[in-house]
Design a binder for this molecule. Structure first.
Ligand code: HEM
Length: 441
């Protein structure tokens, strides 16, 4: 059971309690075994604790909604996401939303927002459906397969066609191949992204070469798109950005936005879906209700299932903000430079926050919205995921298509354990399932 009292060891000016093992060990656990590490520390030290990681960085974890709200609503000139996301700089570029704060961040958000509002999302529906139908129809029948890989293929296709607006051809084929390689990064390689000097050595050298090759293709696509005369009729995110009357977006900004949407939007959505297929296969009753919802177009129940899975199996375990000056958080006076990290996985499983948190109940999300900062798989505040609506819409389309067509089965009743891939926690065996044509009931 989670501790709900602020730890009495807290004193003004000191960091919350936490393990005293070496920074290297803590960094290793923080990188490769995140969910177990956080759960253990929360049990041992309470709802607010400190992890000490390499580079002299102190990460203060907060797990109570009221403390998480302090972080998400804190002044944006004090709570910087860019510093906490720095590891992504060499890949996403300095114009990435993930690496901006303050006015430049607001300006970039304003550039991108029109491509993610309700009207824009409705416009992406047909293309998402077309891609989901083609992918789901190609799944093998009656044999075990890791569905995560197939979901990654469809979410990548959605990014390439709906976000980048690419059409079939040699450039798309090459980009598809390169991006699959760039995204498939283990936790230790990911850690190496923080040290540009490593780019001289394999596997970082190979990673950089793939990224540069993808950049060349993207810049060629951007140049062609700028010359196109039918942009207003195209509707994809890249064309919308180029066609915008509001602001001029440079080629480098476009490149950084596209790569950011790709790294933030492709693997995350496929991982969330992989966990949902895994849970549907393990829970025949929920699956039957979800099939019924898919048949009757009840998107709210389908998304209720998906959101409940995202509560119990969050794709990203935490977000971070680095303090630009001393600040009070969770009753502690924290020094400038501290990273404060709302721990998504822990607030989602806190019995003081969610009734019977270990029980799987999609109804929690049907006909009601969770209270502020209690369900945060997409983070929060000014940096809240810009693609949350996009991802949920895409997920509803893929789930609806699969559930109308198939019964989904597991081969082993035991749940797959989570394992780390860059910032995400994926099902270790790729979410092994078997699908068979739906039997009438
Ligand atoms: C299940 C799918 C997804 C999950 C779990 C997820 C999760 C997150 C999280 C936790 C953040 C950080 C928020 C914060 O710091 O408070 C984030 C930011 C972001 N996400 Fe997502 N995301 C998903 C899908 C997408 C999609 C589909 C896109 C775009 C196509 C996208 C684009 C972004 C961008 C651009 C940011 C940076 C926002 C900013 O800093 O202003 N994400 N996402």
């Amino acid at each position: 059971m989670a501790t709900l009292d602020v730890n009495p060891a807290a004193t003004a000016g000191s960091l919350p309690p936490g393990p005293t093992t070496s920074r290297v060990v803590q960094t290793f656990l923080y990188t490769v075994a995140r969910s177990t590490f956080y759960a253990n520390l929360q049990r041992r030290y309470g709802d607010t604790f400190t992890m000490r990681i390499t580079g002299g960085r102190n990460v203060v974890a907060v797990t109570r909604p009221e403390h998480i709200r302090e972080v998400f609503t804190g002044p944006s000139d004090v709570f910087h996401a860019s510093d906490a996301n720095k590891i992504l700089l060499s890949v996403a570029g300095e114009n990435s939303l993930l690496l901006l704060d303050g006015d430049p961040h607001l300006r970039a958000r304003k550039q991108l927002m029109p491509a993610f509002n309700g009207a824009a999302l409705r416009g992406y529906g047909d293309m998402m459906t077309e891609l989901a139908v083609a992918e789901v129809a190609s799944w093998p029948i009656g044999t075990t397969f890791p569905v995560h890989r197939r979901l990654a293929a469809v979410t990548l296709e959605v990014i390439l066609k709906v976000v980048f607006g690419m059409v079939d051809g040699a450039r798309l084929t090459q980009l598809r191949d390169l991006i699959a390689k760039i995204s498939n990064v283990g936790p230790l390689t990911f850690l190496g992204w923080a040290y540009p000097n490593l780019e001289r050595y394999w596997p970082w050298k190979r990673n950089r070469e793939n990224l540069l090759a993808a950049d060349r293709l993207l810049y060629a696509e951007i140049a062609e798109r700028r010359a196109a005369t039918d942009l207003s009729g195209r509707g994809d995110v890249l064309s919308r950005l180029i066609d915008s009357d509001e602001t001029e977006v440079s080629d480098v900004e476009l490149r950084d936005h596209m790569i950011t949407l790709l790294i933030a939007g492709h693997d995350t959505t496929s991982t969330a879906l992989a966990w949902t297929f895994h849970e549907l296969a393990r829970r025949p009753d929920v699956q039957r209700a979800a099939q019924h919802a898919a048949d009757s177009g009840d998107e709210e129940y389908l998304l209720g299932v998906h959101k409940e899975v995202m509560r119990l199996r969050p794709v990203v375990q935490n977000v971070g903000r680095r303090l630009q000056r001393d600040a009070d958080v969770a009753g502690y006076q924290l020094p400038a430079g501290t990273i404060v990290a709302p721990i998504i996985s822990e607030v989602h499983r806190n019995p003081g926050v969610h009734d019977d948190p270990e029980e799987f109940r999609p109804e929690r999300f049907v006909g009601r919205n969770p209270a502020a900062s209690t369900w945060i798989p997409f983070g929060g505040g000014v940096h809240r995921c810009i693609g949350a609506g996009f991802s949920l819409q895409e997920s509803a389309v893929v789930l609806g298509e699969a559930l109308r067509r198939y019964d989904i089965h597991v081969t082993r009743p035991a749940p797959e354990r989570p394992t780390s891939r860059h910032v995400t926690q994926i099902p270790a065996k790729g979410s092994l399932i078997v699908v068979t044509p739906r039997r009438p009931r």
